[in-house]
Design a protein around this ligand. Structure first.
Ligand code: GDP
Ligand code: IMO
Ligand code: MG
Length: 443
């Protein structure tokens, strides 16, 4: 069967931790979108792994696949694989031949464009990894695919067409100097060599066929979403989004596994007990403005370690946003959720949730479709009883009933509002710091 893991909010919900938790029952873990903009954390026996491209199943020795919906920077992939090898893991990673390659000029252009927008409200605050420009080239039918790296003639032909365009863009439009990222000969040489390594290590696959064969043989497949619903290019807060589909539909288009297969499996939304956002865009329940809110945000940021895994930027903090979660549950068709970071909210003086929005004097339970209108929404806050700091390791061991009553009320509210069961509750970063309720791989 398949289990699809989806970020329900703005990324960094703790997806890596749940992929790791349930990945024990998976045979293959497949990323279906995004690239090294992701930073997924797995903590095993106190050892912390931060994974950007290697699927999080690597910590448990599972085969990892980067599906056709991903954009892959081979430089960062190989350096991540080498780092993990040094730490004693042996990641078995396969790359879809249909996946697109992040080239050095994509990264340069990502940074140039962000810089050009710096003084406007169009700045996205990207991770600077070249994600947007690579997906642009994919849609513009001028991208370089993993399969092209295996054929030096095709690679040269593609680069000879596209690189002069990038050079002109950098020099004539932005008035900057193009550098070695636009040196066709150097690129052909480096990326042909990368192709050789991919071939030698037998890493390039026809993703859809590979997964079909493995499923036929009875393998369990886990789809590891990166980013989150509100930074989905179609369903997120455009233009403050990433350039792919983290929502569950992406698991089909991004891997070559049919939507009926994905839909017969479980689709689990990962929910952080509060909100964090790295990058620009509206956030109606953000804790900011007065001293008390800023202090609370600072406290949660420090306690939850809310600093970007990829860029180290401090994350913005807010209360849980229910219209956002209702939207996420509908778009991806969640069959269950996992709620993380319950421990971080323990011991606060107040715990609130954005139950609804007020927009033009009317209360609404769902999100408006345009980001401008979303930015005008005021949260209608609902207050919960607070819960104390407890021995979370003991709670994880004892199970759901050991969770403080007020926190159980909070969880039950969430489950009722979204009309889905809770499969797990995260009470700390470690694999064992999780309250198990149901394993989505169990029938
Ligand atoms: P991802 O991108 O969704 O995989 O999430 P990140 O790894 O970027 O960010 C989540 C952070 O919270 C990581 O540092 C995790 O180790 C940590 N984490 C995950 N679950 C929990 C939890 O339940 N409680 C606490 N305190 N930390 C958690
Ligand atoms: P994981 O998988 C949180 C954000 C960036 C920026 C926007 C676009 O760890 O949850 P991009 O570089 O993708 O073009 O940036 O998306 N962003 C993330 N925020 N978690 C992530 O990944 C993110 N990946 C991208 O901060 O606002
Ligand atoms: Mg992350």
């Amino acid at each position: 069967m398949t289990v699809t893991i989806v970020g329900s909010q703005l990324g960094d919900e703790g997806k890596g931790a749940l992929v790791d938790l349930w990945g024990g029952d998976a045979d293959i873990v497949v990323r279906y979108q995004g690239g090294d903009n992701a930073g997924h954390t797995v903590v095993e026996d106190g050892e912390e792994y931060k994974l950007s491209l290697v699927p999080s199943g690597a910590v448990r020795d599972k085969i990892g696949v980067l599906g056709n919906g991903c954009v892959i920077n081979p430089r960062t992939l190989f350096s991540e694989i080498d780092d993990l090898r040094e730490r004693g893991l042996d990641p078995d990673v396969r790359l879809a031949k249909r996946a697109h390659v992040i080239m050095p000029y994509h990264r340069r252009l990502d940074n140039i464009e962000e810089e050009a927008k710096a003084d406007s409200d169009l700045t996205v605050g990207t991770t600077g990894r070249g994600i947007g420009p690579t997906y642009e080239d994919k849609a513009g039918r001028r991208g370089i695919r993993v399969g092209d790296l295996l054929d030096p003639d095709v690679l040269r032909q593609r680069l000879e067409y596209v690189v002069p365009q990038k050079k002109a863009l950098i020099e004539d439009v932005y008035g900057l100097e193009a550098g070695e990222e636009c040196d066709v000969e150097a690129l052909v040489e480096e990326y042909t060599e990368i192709g050789r390594r991919l071939r030698e290590d037998d890493m390039a696959v026809n993703c859809g066929d590979f997964l079909a064969e493995r499923r036929e043989a009875g393998d369990n497949v886990m789809f590891e979403g990166a980013q989150g619903t509100l930074i989905d290019i179609d369903h997120g807060s455009y233009p403050y989004v990433t350039s792919s589909n983290p929502t569950a539909g992406g698991a089909a288009t991004g891997t070559g596994v049919g939507p009926t297969v994905v839909g017969q499996g479980e689709v689990v939304g990962i929910v952080k007990s509060y909100l964090s956002r790295v990058g620009e865009g509206p956030m109606p329940t953000e804790l900011k403005g007065d001293d008390r809110d800023e202090e609370l945000a600072e406290f949660i940021r420090e306690k939850g370690g809310e600093f970007g895994t990829v860029t180290g930027r401090p994350r913005r903090i807010g209360w849980l946003d229910m219209p956002m979660l209702r939207h996420a549950a509908r778009v991806s068709g969640f069959t269950g959720i996992a709620v993380n970071h319950l421990d971080v909210l323990a011991g606060l003086d107040e715990v609130k949730v954005g139950h609804a929005y007020e927009l033009e004097g009317e209360e609404r339970l769902t999100m408006p479709a345009t980001t401008e209108r979303w930015g005008e929404c005021e949260p209608v806050l609902k207050e919960f009883d607070t819960w104390p700091e407890v021995d979370w390791a003991a709670v994880a061991e004892e199970g759901y009933d050991a969770i403080p009553d007020a926190a159980q009320d909070y969880l039950e509210y969430l489950s009722d509002e979204l009309d889905v069961p809770i499969y797990a509750v995260g009470v700390g970063p470690g694999r064992e710091q999780t309250v198990h309720i149901e394993n989505p791989f169990d029938d």
